[in-house]
Design a protein around this ligand. Structure first.
Ligand code: LLP
Length: 428
């Protein structure tokens, strides 16, 4: 459920007319709905109400400070994967005791920052990382609260590039070798074993892989307890898919959070652990759209092109994962549908959002909205082709706020400089 709908012929975000917003902000821009963000986090929380889990919103999906602040207001914590994300979560006022730190390549500097902040948990992904964390903790007179991320060897995820739970993926420690790692960790003075962690992929559209992975992990929790470890927490990661529509919505609509919750209650309920979740996409995915204007309608030899002012640098998911995003006119015109290739202005053939997409008649200057663009949209944007970073706008009822402005060309160039060789330092 989201709060983007046609009203009086034009797309609105809550009570804000997207045409008006586009005139005020300029295109392209991302637009997020506060009501939708709040609704999703509440639906997720209510699905697990009696288990009272820690919902550590996965910052990577959309890290705008205004979004993080809404998560904080809703009582969520944060799943971070870098020192930068940690800094954002803290800046947004998220309680460090609700922050978990994931990722295969944490640096010692990032570990130290997270220890100093007093985070809830490190999700450790390898033996050398465990050794490094132990060293850093000892050097600061601290003990790092740790869960190992288990690789359950279960294939899942909407695309090969976003599947993480197979043995050949770089993530986690093999479930078969986990008992040995825990035994080792138990002997390290800078490490405090807290639990087990698993995350098998993203945009997962059926429950079966979750079930296989979680059953495996529940067995492991019992085995580790039998080995004498105090396993009090179970972090089940993120990964629940959202409906993007389109023909490649494989397996139909993704499961409802209530069914996902039922599965987890059955498997993890009896373990008596604190549950942790790291949802990203399902919280922010359809709480955001990307709004763009049609620059030209180009009638080609083989096909017609809708050339937009948004490019792959603003929304890279179609180019990177062949992802489907619904494209809808902000004010649909009456008339027969026509097939267009929807493309951006970037000088790459891959700068194509959709092939042969059926749309109502479109003319130059029309606005379109890419739906379900709130997750992994703005966060993956770049300035490729020296296109200033795409702005972000948050709507709340009839109000709007520009939560990341479009940089001017001057601002875009401000951090770059020509060397003054006469004054330049020599390497020693
Ligand atoms: N926890 C960990 C350890 C993760 O690696 C991820 C996502 C999440 C949680 C959140 O997963 P979610 O609930 O959002 O599925 N850029 C790609 C998605 C990459 C996902 C990376 N990890 C995309 O645009 O589809």
């Amino acid at each position: 459920m989201h709060h983007f709908a046609l009203r009086d012929g034009a797309l609105h975000a809550e009570d804000v007319n997207i045409e008006t917003l586009a005139a005020l902000v300029g295109t392209p821009f991302y637009c997020y709905s506060t009501a939708t963000l709040r609704r999703h986090i509440r639906v997720f929380r209510e699905a697990f109400a009696e288990l009272a889990p820690l919902i550590a919103y996965s910052v990577k999906a959309n890290s705008n400070l205004s979004v993080l602040k809404i998560m904080r207001e809703e009582g969520a914590g944060a799943d971070v994967v870098s020192g930068g994300e940690l800094a954002r979560a803290l800046e947004a006022g998220i309680d460090p005791k609700k922050i978990v730190f994931s990722g295969v390549g944490k640096t010692r500097i990032e570990m130290a920052a997270a220890l100093d902040a007093g985070i809830h948990q490190f999700n450790v992904e390898s033996e050398p990382e465990l050794d490094a964390l132990n060293e850093v903790a000892l050097s600061r007179g601290a003990r790092a609260p740790v869960a190992f991320r288990i690789n359950p060897d279960v294939s899942a995820g909407g695309h090969e590039k976003i599947s993480t739970g197979k043995a050949e993926d770089k993530f986690g420690v093999a479930w078969t070798r986990a008992p040995a790692f825990y035994r080792k960790a138990a002997g390290l003075a800078g490490i405090e074993i807290k639990g087990v962690d698993v995350h098998i992929g993203s945009q997962i559209s059926d429950l079966e892989p979750f079930e296989r992975a979680f059953l495996r992990v529940a067995d492991l929790v019992r085995a580790l307890r039998a080995d004498g470890h105090a396993i009090d927490r179970l972090d089940l990661g993120g990964g629940l898919g959202v409906p993007y529509g389109g023909p490649d919505q494989s397996g139909g609509d993704p499961p409802h959070p209530d069914d996902y919750a039922k599965l987890i209650r059955r498997i993890a309920g009896p373990l008596g652990v604190q549950l942790i979740f790291e949802p990203g996409r399902m919280i922010v995915g359809n709480a955001g759209i990307l709004v763009s204007r049609v620059l030209y309608v180009k009638r080609g030899e083989a096909r017609d092109f809708l050339i937009l002012d948004a490019g792959m640098n603003d929304l890279i998911r179609p180019a990177l994962y062949d992802a489907y995003h619904a494209v809808e006119p902000v004010r649909p015109r009456p008339g027969a549908l026509e097939a267009y290739d929807v493309v951006g202005p970037v000088c790459e053939t891959g700068d194509r959002f959709a092939r042969q997409r059926d749309l109502p008649p479109m003319v130059e200057g029309d606005l379109v909205a890419f739906k379900t663009a709130g997750a992994y949209g703005a966060v993956q944007a770049s300035q490729y082709n020296s296109r200033p970073l795409v702005p972000e706008v948050l709507v709340d009822g009839a109000r709007y706020a520009i939560v990341r402005p479009r940089p001017s060309f001057d601002a875009m160039l401000a951090d770059e400089r020509n060397p003054i060789w006469e004054n330049a330092a020599q390497t020693p």
